[in-house]
Design a protein around this ligand. Structure first.
Ligand code: G6P
Ligand code: ZN
Length: 581
């Protein structure tokens, strides 16, 4: 064997795990599980690669790899290179220092290499990182989107039956921090190419094609913003797009936590009012100065948007406002608006816009993967989720930085502030008051039982009896309630049939929907936790008249109704939600 040829792959015996079932968004577990369970990462990577078409199909095609920079990411990249090559993947594209935001990775899969096998993203999204936090591995398909159920089910079944994995233990050392290409030969595999790329460049170029950077820059010259990257992956993107470009002429604009840290500085990298409290505080304390605030999660696909004084824009509302103003963005002028979509628990604010504009609004289960088919079929341009995800068909993931640039484009076009924009939108369309209550890390068995009991109750109780019970509960809260308003239109456990491939997703959340589109309650279990269970309760109430109130006031009676129907506090042994958004 010539010295430049590295040894052929080895086969290593392993014991299968039964718990490697990808959740809403990939396999997510406490980091300790990956560190301490023998071959845990190796097994799962082998299962992913085995699920990708094999043989000659892999030759010359690339696999994109990157993540949010969290603890254990580098070790995982090393394992991926060795197992991927051993399984005949000969072309790897990796973000510098292992950094690639989820949207940037989706773009790379779609654009940079037209013959891509997909990508592996090393992230647990908005979950904390570090040795005591979480780690995650997610596979994205060649369309750039999260693997659909059919693929994740296949990965899971392969993982459960695994008896061995293939690995190239001896490969040349690759400096993950240095941009460049390493080429070498592996016996029985052939030539291999590993490319370390600039993590930001392709993404910035895409943003420049989508938005009018000239308009944005001019507007931001006199519109100071605060952006919080939460020590997650977006730091380098914020640096290049906002600090060095769009806001370079506005020294008042402020950028927080722009260095990606393996443990996110010990914080919870989830952009909501609880975990991005530093952003809210700075806006509240400087109401005359900062006009806009944004925060992103660990892997850069989620966003939270705020206005001067900390004015909070719910993700459901930002989706609706964007839908109503898409023609302010050059990309949509070019592509046209094909349709709109939201996840089921997201408020119906966007439905009202769709109705007015004559556009279809699809309602899909929670999980970005459900939007992909609609986009690929040319039925969908803009979509969003109440869980702080907004995006479009420019890629197949939600996109935090894109969402803030889109929102800023609307402001720049209208030359108004955030609060003004929202209030004029509500005056035109009415307002869907919305609240989500999260009960995190509760006992899984109890949470499941609560959902099953509630499902039975909703199924078996006559609507008039339920209505009566609900009315009495609401009356107890002291809120003024008109009984007729609480006539139940239907109750169900949401089921979705994909209009493109007819695949069916069942059991996606319990719904109690009131008549005349005046409101609803939704209960479901989160699919993204790594330990225990999280119960999510979503409350929504439409008001066409009083549009500038507080969501908590408007929905007080619905909170009460939910508690009465579920007995939640007693059953889960809690005193209140851990997060309210
Ligand atoms: C991830 C997914 C989203 C989903 C969210 C909440 O961010 O990408 O599509 O909406 O998690 O999921 P959960 O199951 O925790 O409510
Ligand atoms: Zn995320």
């Amino acid at each position: 064997m010539s010295p430049n040829v590295f040894p052929a792959p080895e086969t290593v015996k392993t014991t299968a795990y039964t718990d490697q079932k990808p959740g809403t968004s990939g396999l997510r577990k406490p980091t300790k599980v990956f560190l301490e369970s023998e071959n845990y990462t190796e097994n799962f990577i082998q299962a992913i690669i085995a699920a990708i078409p094999g043989g000659d199909d892999r030759k010359g095609k690339s696999l994109v790899v990157g993540g949010d920079g969290r603890f254990y990411g580098r070790q995982a990249v090393d394992i991926i290179i060795k197992i991927a090559v051993a399984n005949g993947v000969t072309n790897l594209v990796i973000g510098q220092s292992t950094i690639l935001s989820t949207p940037a990775l989706s773009n790379l899969i779609r654009k940079r290499d037209p013959s891509c096998l997909g990508g592996i993203i090393l992230t647990a999204s908005h979950n904390p990182g570090g040795p005591d936090g979480d780690f995650g591995i997610k596979f994205n398909c060649p369309n750039g989107g999260p693997a659909p159920d059919a693929v994740t089910n296949q990965i899971f079944s392969i993982s459960k039956a695994l008896t061995e994995y293939r690995i190239c233990k001896e490969l040349p050392a690759i400096d993950l921090d240095k941009i460049g290409v390493t080429e070498f030969e592996v016996a029985s595999i052939g030539n291999v190419r590993v490319e370390i790329i600039d993590s930001v460049e392709d993404y910035v170029n895409m943003m420049k094609e989508i938005f009018d950077f000239g308009l944005l820059k001019e507007f931001l010259d006199s519109f100071p913003v605060v952006i919080n990257a939460m020590s997650g992956v977006t730091g380098p993107y914020v640096q290049r797009i906002f600090r060095e470009d769009l806001c370079s002429c506005n020294p008042q604009s402020t950028f927080l936590n722009t260095e990606p840290l393996p443990d996110f500085g010990g914080h919870h990298p989830d952009p909501n009012l609880t975990y991005a409290a530093d952003l809210v505080k700075i806006l509240k304390e400087n109401p005359e100065l900062y006009q806009f605030g944004a925060a992103y999660d660990g892997d850069g696909d989620r966003n939270m948007l705020l206005g001067a004084g900390g004015f909070f824009v719910t993700p459901s509302d930002s989706l609706a406002v964007l839908a109503a103003n898409l023609t302010t963005i050059p990309y949509f002028v070019k592509t046209g608006v094909k349709g709109l979509a939201r996840s089921m628990p997201t408020s119906a604010a966007v439905d009202r816009v769709g109705k007015k504009l004559g556009l279809n609004v699809y309602e899909v289960p929670t999980g970005w993967k459900y939007f992909g088919n609609l986009m690929d079929a040319g039925k969908l341009s803009l979509c969003g989720e109440e869980s702080f995800g907004t995006g479009s068909d420019h890629i197949r993931e939600k996109d935090g930085i894109w969402a803030s640039l889109a929102f800023l484009s609307v402001l720049a076009n209208k030359k108004i502030g955030v609060k003004e924009l929202m209030e004029s939108h509500w005056k035109e369309f009415g307002r869907n008051y919305f609240l989500r209550l999260d009960y995190e890390n509760v006992d899984g068995e109890k949470a499941n039982k609560m959902i099953t009991d509630l499902e039975n109750k909703l199924k078996t109780t006559k609507p008039e009896i339920l209505t009566e019970e609900i009315f009495n509960a609401a009356k107890g809260s002291g809120a003024a309630v008109v009984p007729e308003k609480y006539k139940i239109a239907f109750t169900d456990n949401f089921e979705y049939t994909d209009p493109v491939d007819a695949s069916v997703a069942k059991g996606q959340g319990l719904r109690l929907v009131f008549d005349n589109g005046c409101g609803r309650l939704v209960w479901r279990l989160s699919g993204t936790g790594s330990s225990g269970a999280t119960v999510r309760v979503y409350l929504e109430k439409f008001d066409g008249e009083n549009v500038v109130g507080e969501a908590l006031d408007s929905l007080k009676d619905f909170v009460e109704i939910s508690l009465k129907l579920t007995n939640l506090h007693e059953v889960l042994n809690v005193t209140g939600p851990t997060v309210i958004t």
